[in-house]
Design a protein around this ligand. Structure first.
Ligand code: CFM
Length: 571
């Protein structure tokens, strides 16, 4: 396995270890110890244990979100025909109102889309003091009277947990009173260390209260659910369209442009494919245990990944006509994509990228950059767990700490009447003998080159160091650090919102992404940017606070520090 060179400067090979030391040396001892576990020099052959899914150090400037965001915003938010009521202060509701680009497109007259509405109990001091359950019940009644939704989901925010409102009791009462499914989620923002806890809470609730309520059988033998796909910028539509061309029927996409009935009917599919492992692996596991639906990991981001995923679905069903059709579709799509790919590659080949996004995209998008000949020198998730970095084989060794114990693990058994293994043990054995694997996520680190830098929950300070030392050609991140990055003269592609672009999934999306990145990394505008503190001495003074370097600092870290200082002085 070749090593990555972290810098574009000719003849200079920097070690990721030295860059790490340079990042850490400013921190107080306790912070340094913690961050030390979360930053690693990668070795793909034997991924080391990374510190992940632990509390962010206060003040470090993280990009993470809260548990409420993971539950209400991410997993449940895109179900477009139920009423989503935030029980809490208006701000929590406002900031989860259309701020994520999980697009919805009602297709036929009568289709319902409530996502443009913002429903909240707008808690005031009075409810904080005397309790807000009555106001919540009233909000459910109002939502029902106005919209007549098929279901209502209630989300608890931080103050609700602190004062002890029983949202589940209200949900039970309202289910009886209104005669529709009203379910509540204890997803107070503080409940876990990030939005990841909210994913888990949402998976549990959707599984308990929605999946399995509609037994209408499927007519297509090739019926699947796409789990962990949220239709950001239209990705789910691109995937749906591609699968449709192949003759594969999507029962439900959890959760992207999906309605309540599709979620309730999801257990009738014959296969679950998982895009975002972090946010939905719980659901995949529970559906396997209860209904006998097998799952495997796919990646529809990037041409290579998309083709591989389609072929694996074909192999699972094992039907010759389906497999042939899939090959035809891949050939057609590649005939259109390849000239675009070659053209873009001629300008992007060898350029360097760093990605710091969420819990899955920092990995998936490395495939798209590889299609363009671009190299990932550094990557990290905001809130993923060790299995997303090191692969699912480490699952039994992950220590359960007090924070993760706080999140309910629901016990699931096989359904007495509806458990139906989709393959016989003989068929499963035959697939395994052919190298087929289920529940198969190998994580990000095995795919990254040796000496690349893996950084969990990156801070702004570490980002600035990475930019000044490695000068990547493009960084993929989110709105919270986009402008920090661009003021330092590096283009930043937002991989949460897609900067108003997309889709980037499937072959169609890959073409969009290649062309956008080509424009970003090859424009000359970036070299005209001088960060404000380089022009203004008083800002410069506050930016170069530099406590005594740690004793064990290596010669290379000293070299980097000297180089940075010389560069600063030269301006
Ligand atoms: Fe999964 Fe996501 Fe992601 Fe995620 Fe997210 Fe998102 Fe994301 Mo923003 S579910 S982990 S909590 S792929 S909202 S659609 S882009 S951080 S990498």
């Amino acid at each position: 396995m070749s090593e990555t060179n972290l810098t574009s400067a000719p003849g200079e090979m920097l070690s990721s270890q030295a860059i790490k030391e340079e990042m850490l040396k400013i921190y107080p001892a306790k912070t340094r110890r913690k961050r030390d576990k979360q930053i690693l020099a990668n070795n793909p052959d034997a991924p080391q244990e990374i510190g992940a899914n632990s509390r962010t150090i206060p003040g470090i400037i993280t990009q993470r979100g809260c548990t409420y965001a993971g539950c209400r915003g991410v997993v449940l938010g895109p179900i477009h025909d139920i009423a989503h009521i935030t029980h809490g202060p208006v701000g929590c509701s406002f900031y989860s109102w259309l701020s994520r680009r999980n697009l919805v497109r009602p297709v036929k007259p009568g289709d319902t889309n409530y996502l443009q509405y913002c429903m909240t109990t707008d808690m005031q001091e009075e409810e904080i003091v005397f309790g807000g359950e009555k106001k919540l019940a009233q909000a459910c009644r109002e939502a029902y009277e106005i919209f007549h939704p098929k279901a209502i989901a209630i989300y608890a925010t931080c103050p609700v947990g602190l004062i002890g409102d029983d949202v589940h009791a209200v949900a039970r009462k309202m289910t009886e009173e209104l005669g529709i499914n009203v379910c509540a989620f204890s997803c107070e923002g503080y409940k876990g260390v990030s939005q990841s806890a909210g994913h888990h809470i949402a998976n549990n609730g959707v599984f308990k209260h929605m999946v399995g309520r509609d037994d209408t059988p499927q007519t297509s033998p090739y019926s699947i659910n796409v789990l962990g796909e949220y239709n950001i910028g239209g990705d789910a539509w691109a995937i749906d369209e591609l699968l449709r061309k192949c003759g594969i029927h999507v029962v439900s996409t959890l959760s992207g442009d999906v309605n309540y009935t599709q979620v309730c009917n999801a257990h009738t599919a014959n296969l679950n494919v998982v895009m975002c492992h972090r946010s939905i692996n719980y659901m995949a596991e529970m559906m396997d245990t209860k209904f006998g639906i097998p799952w495997f990991k796919v990646n529809f981001i990037g041409a290579v990944g998309t083709a591989k995923s389609l072929r694996k679905i074909g192999q699972f069903f094992g039907d010759k006509a389906l497999i042939d059709r899939i090959e035809e579709v891949i050939a057609q799509e590649m005939a259109v994509l390849r000239p675009i790919q070659n053209d873009v590659k001629s300008r992007c080949n060898g350029k360097k990228v760093a990605l710091f996004v969420g819990g899955s995209r920092a990995h998936h998008y490395q495939d798209l950059f590889a299609d363009m000949g671009m190299e990932t020198i550094s990557a990290g998730y905001e809130f993923a767990h060790r299995d997303d970095y090191e692969g699912r084989t480490v699952l039994p060794t992950i220590k359960v700490d007090a924070d993760s114990r706080n999140i309910e693990e629901i016990h699931v058994d096989a359904d007495p009447t509806r458990y139906n293994p989709r393959k016989t043990p003989e068929q499963m054995a035959e697939l395994a003998a052919g190298g087929f694997s289920f529940k198969d996520y190998d994580g990000m680190m095995r795919q990254m080159k040796k000496n690349s830098l893996v950084i969990d929950d990156i801070s702004h300070h570490e980002m600035e160091k990475l930019i000044s030392i490695c000068k990547p050609d493009v960084i993929c991140s989110g709105i919270k650090d986009k402008f920090v990055i661009e003021k330092l003269g590096v283009p930043c592609k937002q991989l949460h919102s897609y900067d108003y672009g997309g889709p980037y999934a499937a072959f169609v999306g890959a073409a969009n992404f290649y062309q956008e990145i080509d424009r970003m990394v090859n424009t000359k505008v970036w070299k005209y940017i001088v960060p404000p503190w380089k022009k203004s001495p008083e800002l410069q003074a506050s930016m170069t606070y530099n406590p005594k370097p740690a004793k064990e600092e290596s010669a290379q870290a000293r070299k980097i520090a000297r180089k940075l200082k010389a560069e600063e002085e030269a301006i």
